[in-house]
Design a binder for this molecule. Structure first.
Ligand SMILES: *[C@@H]1O[C@H](CO)[C@@H](O)[C@H](O)[C@H]1NC(C)=O
Ligand SMILES: *[C@@H]1O[C@H](CO)[C@@H](O)[C@H](O)[C@H]1NC(C)=O
Length: 215
């Protein structure tokens, strides 16, 4: 009995070591430069279309190096659902692929459950998709990339299993919540002259958690 327990424990420890070594953390900058350029072109175009034309989209930007993006129209608040914008949708798809690759790297007996859990946490192109931490206030700011696993609807999601450790970001984002609130009021002031600026995802999460707010 003692031996069996030990053997199970040892096997579990081995699996954990193997999958940690094989785990490749997903980041949207993992896309090739060609894919990033294409995605940014589509991102900017989607914003311009949503605003009603390039002239109505003073804050349509996307940085094909960092994938920082934002959308702000002069005459309206962008109303294309965030989870359907090209960059967040690609971020979700990439995270889902990394999740499945990590299932394949794990023990075969757990694989079906693991794939099912990837599908459950990556309902891409829906309000249940994980929030993409790629929006920024301007083209030179670096996105947060990894943040709490929360859906656009505001639900907390299980581990996205895309190789990113979210334990630390969750506590650090709570720590800096008041700092972000300050940034939010700053950016609202900054943007009143240029139009309605899309809310950065990090702020949306704070709002989602505290008020059940959905973008
Ligand atoms: C993404 O790129 C980083 C840095 O090159 C690399 O360490 C990581 O394994 C890549 N992730 C995937 C899923 O390919
Ligand atoms: C993209 O971001 C980088 C890093 O912040 C910055 O150096 C570069 O100028 C930005 N690219 C564009 C096109 O603004």
């Amino acid at each position: 009995m003692k031996f069996a327990t030990f053997a199970l424990f040892a096997a579990a420890a081995t699996i954990a070591t193997v999958s940690a070594a094989d785990t490749k953390p997903w980041k949207i900058t993992n896309l090739s430069s060609g894919e990033r350029t294409n995605l940014c072109g589509r991102q900017i175009q989607t914003c311009q279309n949503n605003c009603g034309g390039p002239k109505e989209a003073p804050m349509a930007f996307c940085n094909s190096t960092t994938m920082a993006w934002g959308c702000g129209c002069s005459e309206k608040t962008p109303d294309f659902e965030t989870w359907n914008w090209p960059v967040p949708a690609a971020d979700c798809a990439g995270s889902n692929e990394a999740c499945q690759a990590n299932c394949n790297a794990g023990s075969s007996s757990d694989r079906n459950d693991c794939f099912a859990s990837c599908s459950a946490t990556h309902k891409c192109n829906t309000e249940d998709a994980p929030v993409s931490y790629t929006t920024t206030k301007d083209v030179d700011s670096t996105p947060q990339y990894v943040g709490p696993a929360v859906s656009y609807k505001g639900d907390k999601l299980d581990d996205l299993n895309d190789g990113n450790d979210r334990e630390n970001v969750e506590s650090s984002s709570e720590d800096s919540e008041s700092g972000k609130d300050a940034d939010a009021s700053d950016s609202e002031e900054d943007t009143s002259s240029t139009g309605n600026i899309f809310k950065p995802a990090a702020l949306a999460v704070v709002a989602a958690i505290s008020a059940g707010f959905a973008l």
